[in-house]
Design a protein around this ligand. Structure first.
Ligand code: UD1
Length: 373
C-alpha cells in the first residue's frame, strides 16, 4: 500500500521589536527539536518574519546573535513612525507575505504594534492566529500596548496565556473558553536557557559592579520620558540614589532623545553608568544580581520576579499583576519614588514566589497545541 506523507505544518512567526525576540527564540528551539526527534507526525516548517519595527544593532541584531535566532526569512524594514504610519506600514508589507506563505498558523507575541498589525492582516485573510502572552490587561487605554492587546485578543483564534489572571480577563471579555490555554511564560524559557551564559557577562567587570550592590534602571514609556517635568523629577531621584549606590542605566533611544531635547543633565560618572542599550545576556546578569530594579518595562517585571530581585515599576498600573501578588514587584510613581527607594535600601524586600508554569517548558506546551489544532 502506498504510504501517504502528511504535508508539513506551516507556521509564520512574527517578531518586530526588542521584547519580541526572547519570546520567539524558545519556540524556534522547540520546533527544531521536534523536527530532529520526529518519528511520526507532521514536520514543522516555519518562516521567521522581522517587521523591522526595531532596527538599531543594539535593539535587534544583538538579540538575534545572543539568542541564536536564525536570520529572518523576510525583513519588512518598516522602521519608526507614528502609530498609524508604523502599523499601516507593517500591514501593507505583511499581507503579501501571508498570501505567499499560506501558513496554517500566524504566531504573534506580546503587545507591540507589530503584534497588532500582523494579527489584523492574518485574520482578514482568514489565516488562524495564535497569540502568545494573551489576556494581559492594564485596563489603561492611554497605553498603546493595551489597545494592541485588546484588539489582538479579540481577533486571535488561540489565546496562549502566561498566568491565570489572563484567563480570567479573557473570560470576562466573553472569549470562549475553548480558545484559551494557560501555557505559562515563554520569556522564562529564554531566561532559563540563557542564565548560564549570562553568568559569563563581562559587564560587571567592565563597570566594577558587585553582586547586590547596584541598582538596574530602565525607562522608556512615553508616560515617563515624554513629559519634561516627569523626566526631570525621575532624573533627580536617580542622581540622589547614585550618591548611595551605583546606578546602571542603559538608555533606550526614545529616552536619550528626550533627555537631549529637554537638556536634562544626567551624566555618566558620579555613581551613574549611562550606557547605550545593552544585549540580552548583560540584561539578565543585571536583573539577577541587582540590589533592586527600577523600570517601566513589562519584561523586567517578570524576569525580576523569577530571580526574586525586588523591582519598583514606575507606572500607575501593570498588566502583570501576578508579579505583585506573587512576585517581587511593586508599583511606584515619580512622587513616591524617593520613599519607595528608601524602604528597599532599609531592607523592606518582598520574598516572592515563582508563578505556575514559569518553568522553561512553555514553548513545548505551545507547540503541542499548534500541532493538535
Ligand atoms: C516599543 C513598543 C513597547 C516596547 C518597546 C521596547 C509599541 C507600541 N511599543 O516601544 O511596547 O516596550 O518597543 O523597546 O509597539 N528607535 C531607534 N532605534 C530603534 C527603534 C526605535 O532609534 O531600533 C527610536 C525611534 O526614534 C522611535 C522611538 O525609538 O521613534 C520609539 O520606537 P517605537 O518602535 O515607536 O516604540 P518603542 O518606544 O521602542
Amino acid at each position: 500500500m502506498k504510504k501517504t506523507i502528511d504535508p508539513p505544518l506551516r507556521l509564520l512567526l512574527v517578531a518586530g521589536a526588542r521584547p519580541n525576540f526572547m519570546k520567539i527564540a524558545p519556540l524556534i528551539n522547540s520546533i527544531d527539536k521536534a523536527n530532529r526527534e520526529r518519528e511520526a507526525g507532521r514536520r514543522i516548517d516555519y518562516r521567521l518574519i522581522h517587521t523591522g519595527q526595531h532596527y538599531d544593532v543594539n535593539m535587534s541584531r544583538v538579540f538575534f546573535r545572543e539568542l541564536r535566532l536564525p536570520r529572518p526569512h523576510a525583513n519588512l524594514g518598516v522602521g519608526s513612525g507614528s502609530h498609524a504610519v508604523q502599523t499601516a506600514g507593517i500591514m501593507c508589507a505583511f499581507e503579501p507575505v501571508c498570501l505567499r506563505e499560506k501558513p496554517d498558523w500566524v504566531v504573534v507575541v506580546g503587545d507591540v504594534n507589530s503584534t497588532l498589525a500582523c494579527t489584523i492582516v492574518a485574520s482578514k485573510l482568514r489565516f488562524k492566529v495564535a497569540h502568545i502572552e494573551a489576556g494581559l490587561r492594564s485596563f489603561d487605554r492611554s497605553m498603546p500596548e493595551e489597545i494592541n492587546r485588546v484588539v489582538t485578543d479579540r481577533l486571535a483564534d488561540l489565546l496562549l496565556t502566561p498566568s491565570s489572571d489572563a484567563n480570567a480577563n479573557l473570560l470576562r471579555e466573553g472569549v470562549p473558553r475553548s480558545k484559551i490555554r494557560l501555557v505559562g511564560n515563554i520569556m522564562i524559557d529564554s531566561l532559563v536557557n540563557h542564565a548560564p551564559l549570562a553568568a559569563r557577562s563581562r559587564l560587571p567587570r567592565r563597570l566594577g559592579l558587585k553582586r547586590k550592590e547596584f541598582v538596574y534602571v530602565t525607562l522608556h514609556r512615553p508616560a515617563n520620558v515624554d513629559d519634561e517635568q516627569t523626566l526631570r523629577s525621575i532624573a533627580g531621584e536617580l542622581s540622589r540614589l547614585a550618591t548611595r549606590c551605583p546606578v546602571v542605566f542603559p538608555i533606550h533611544p526614545r529616552t536619550r532623545k528626550m533627555l537631549q531635547r529637554y537638556r536634562i543633565d544626567l551624566k555618566s560618572g558620579q555613581g551613574v553608568f549611562l550606557l547605550d542599550p545593552i544585549g540580552y545576556l548583560d540584561s539578565l546578569w543585571l536583573t539577577q544580581n541587582a540590589s533592586f530594579i527600577l523600570t517601566d518595562s513589562g519584561g523586567l517585571q517578570e524576569e525580576s520576579t523569577y530571580f526574586r530581585t525586588p523591582c519598583l515599576t514606575l507606572r500607575p498600573n501593570t498588566e502583570r499583576p501576578i508579579t505583585i501578588k506573587l512576585g517581587t514587584n511593586k508599583l511606584t510613581s515619580p512622587a513616591s519614588l524617593g520613599a519607595d527607594i528608601e524602604a528597599i535600601l532599609r531592607g523592606h524586600r518582598p520574598d516572592g514566589k515563582i508563578p505556575r508554569y514559569w518553568d522553561g517548558r512553555t514553548a513545548d506546551r505551545i507547540l503541542e497545541l499548534l500541532r493538535g489544532g
